[in-house]
Design a protein around this ligand. Sequence first.
Ligand SMILES: [Ca+2]
Length: 147
Amino acid sequence: MQSTLSKILFGLAGLLLLAAQASAAGAIRVPNAIWAADHLFGTVVTPTSFIAPPEHSVDTLYNFSMSGLQGQHSVSESYPGSPDFNGGRWSVKIAVFTASGMAALDANNDGTIDAEITNSTDLQAHVDAGHIEVMDTTIYFECPMLP
Ligand SMILES: [Ca+2]
């Protein structure tokens, strides 16, 4: 019992230490993070997040981390140079592959998408075809898109 509690507390301390290190570092550069308009942008992860911003002040970022397939980077509907780009302020949506989507996009059934979706137009086509379901979240955060 006490051993378990010690492990939990030790684990929490480790997490806090990691968070402190990330905070001290300020920002973490991540190359090749976000697809938009067939270009793979890098980003800088910062601890900046916010709650319920006005809809016009954010762009949609589709996250595939719980999609059911490996190998698909996030996809953005907007990007630097696009007239409606909000500078890297994001509203996150979760994209999940359906059974027909997995059959279509992972034909060799190895758990990794055969060819990545590289723009929001193609993503929407897959949604319309029933390959992807999109779920809203209340996750909002800021990270830039770097060429
Ligand atoms: Ca595959």
